[in-house]
Design a protein around this ligand. Structure first.
Ligand SMILES: C[S@@+](CC[C@H](N)C(=O)[O-])C[C@H]1O[C@@H](n2cnc3c(N)ncnc32)[C@H](O)[C@@H]1O
Length: 372
């Protein structure tokens, strides 16, 4: 099966996506290790069934998820946490405790049109809210050694150089420069920079030629050969720079054909724009990468992932949302990236979602589960 974006198709043996109608907590162990996790979970606003009605309940709600993400993440996994401002304030310490490193806070600015009809200056004694946050976290790069031990990449580089019995200034000579290599790449403090694989290969070649012969091989994960440049580079997250994109995302709230509706009401109040999911995934993943969407809703991140040739794993607790999400994912697999036009939807008496829920085995199971 091809997974290269638009032509991705679903087969029984090699599915293009995995969507579970149920609790994501029960799924994580069975999912492939993620390259990227897009979390758009509870905000503490009580907006949909099961969502805590207070931000004070968020830490307890997220704790088991954050614990699982940390255990199953790679050192190159990124986490994108969609949340409100106070919600983030309540969750940041939890994420740090579990090894997530803050990279950037992105502000989705929906613009003034998002609020004008609701603003009453006499009763609302603050500026109106027209934003959501999407906070980007990474993990400290680690190497996994032959004995299964994980060591921070920074500490490992320094330790291997010392083990070879070399002086730190010799690292500059190893790379043919005057000063920067030892200071930037072999230091033990917060100024450390992640070197490119090509630099690590130069350090390794120098250690092999000039280091203590008894300790060879140096810079080896398996004790047999030196780490390859691409193995080293894969320890940190992918980053595809897009010129002109900043941390303020001026994108209007979802309207038009992309906003899925039942009659006049949105199917899901929190449906996110595909354009923003494309932006995230385009920046930090490559084709074939695994994307987790633990709080699926209508699975916008997974739809975008399929459209870009990534491999999404998603879960959604509620049957009505999971059904619509399944439709969207199937459509994305079927090589039609756009949403169904509103005019087409309006022609039908019953929404297609419910027709779907009456049909396939998956949907029958979903309804049975929902009745429990
Ligand atoms: C904010 S919405 C996600 C909206 C989604 N990003 C979209 O664009 O459609 C969060 C969703 O997560 C679901 N949810 C909450 N806790 C869950 C859990 N433990 N496992 C699976 N889904 C969960 C809720 O039912 C809700 O539909």
């Amino acid at each position: 099966m091809r997974r290269d974006g638009a032509n991705a198709a679903r087969t029984m043996t090699d599915p293009a996506y995995e969507l579970t109608h149920g609790d994501s907590l029960a799924c994580y162990e069975g999912w492939e290790a993620p390259d990227c996790i897009i979390s758009d979970g509870p905000y503490g606003l009580g907006l949909y069934p099961g969502e805590p009605a207070s931000v004070d309940a968020l830490e307890a709600a997220y704790e088991p998820h954050v614990r699982a993400w940390s255990r199953l993440a790679k050192s190159s996994t990124t986490l994108w946490l969609w949340i409100g401002d106070l919600g983030w304030a309540k969750l940041h310490a939890l994420l740090e405790r579990h090894g997530w490193l803050f990279e950037r806070c992105h502000i989705w600015d929906k613009g003034p049109s998002h609020c004008t009809h609701k603003v009453n200056g006499r009763t609302r004694r603050r500026f109106p809210l027209v934003s959501e946050l999407c906070v980007f976290y990474s993990r400290a790069p680690e190497v996994r050694l032959k004995n299964g031990r994980r060591v921070l990449a920074q500490a490992w580089l320094r330790a291997e150089w010392k083990r070879a019995g070399l002086k730190f200034r010799q690292a500059n000579e190893a790379c043919g420069v005057k000063t920067s290599i030892a200071r930037n790449y072999l230091c033990k403090d917060g100024r450390w920079m992640f070197p490119q694989g090509a630099v690590v290969r130069k350090l390794a070649a120098y250690a092999a030629a000039h280091g203590d012969a008894r300790g060879r091989p140096y810079f080896s994960l398996d004790g047999a050969r030196t780490i390859r440049a691409e193995e080293w580079d894969a320890l940190r997250y992918q980053w595809n720079f897009e010129y002109g994109v900043t941390n303020v995302w001026n994108v209007p709230p979802l309207r038009g054909v992309e906003r899925l509706k039942l009659g006049h009401s949105p199917v899901h109040i929190n449906q996110k724009p595909l354009a923003l999911m494309h932006r995230i995934l385009g920046a930090c993943t490559k084709p074939g990468d695994v994307v987790w969407e633990p709080f699926g809703g209508l699975c916008s991140a997974s739809v975008a992932a399929l459209e870009l040739g990534r491999r999404p794993f998603a879960a959604e607790l509620l049957a009505e949302f999971a059904g619509v999400a399944r439709e969207r994912l199937e459509r994305a697999c079927g090589n039609t990236s756009g949403e169904e036009p509103a005019a087409e939807r309006a022609k039908r008496k019953r929404p297609r979602t419910f027709a779907l829920l009456g049909g396939p085995v998956w949907a029958r199971r979903a309804r049975k589960h929902a009745r429990k």
